[in-house]
Design a protein around this ligand. Sequence first.
Ligand code: ADP
Length: 247
Amino acid sequence: GTPGVRGLETTALTKSFGGVRAVDAASVAFHHGKVNALIGPNGSGKTTFFNCVTGLVKPDSGTASYRGEDITGKPPHRISRAGIGRSFQLCRVFPRMTVLENMLVPVRSRTLLGRLRSARQRTDVERARELLARVGIEHLEGTEARDLSYGQQKLLEMAGVLMADPETIMLDEPAGGVNPALIDRIAGLVRALNAEGKTFLIVEHNMDLVMSLSDHVVVLDRGRPIAAGTPDEVRDDPRVLEAYLGI
Ligand code: ADP
């Protein structure tokens, strides 16, 4: 990553549901070009934070910006156009479509420039096949998504996210419900894509994975960032231990 490049940042971002402040005045700066993790106990606001910065949920107040551009409250397609792609905690694929068809569905969410560029260079189908090979499921292109294992569906979703060629990729629990061999594959993919310049922002409960994969970790507790730093810094922070132990 280029030092000093501004990536995804929030200032006093707040979102309440009824009386619950799911995200509470959260000011966070993720490191552009790096693998970032957002961690915290269940209910600490990680998913709501993700939803606020990807346009699925409108924050009540505060701001979100990406590379200096204000993205606060913008709809998902605008945020996608700004260069942010995301996966979902409960994997989103179309069960009765084939793997290849699933890859071609989200093409509409891509930037005009990206579409023109790819139309000139190669077809979407070629690109889809290349990405399926990259995640290791090219042999399943004719299989309906519902017949894939859960881990394979997550790889398909990740390949689908890559179709839009996002600069920043947000993954919501990429290892959740996935067997150890596929977790290794997902980790390897994140490392390789990061080495090629992609920024990651990952919500993940598997601490071994978080600590081995991340450059920068932000810890949420009751909607507030309580610690941020390298995995080593965060691991030994008493505030983090307290949050997880619920003291
Ligand atoms: P996490 O992803 O860290 O588990 P969430 O963002 O899912 O946390 O939830 C944070 C808090 O907001 C929790 O108390 C949760 O019950 C509440 N919450 C999240 N989404 C909604 C919603 N759509 N309606 C009501 N409460 C919600």
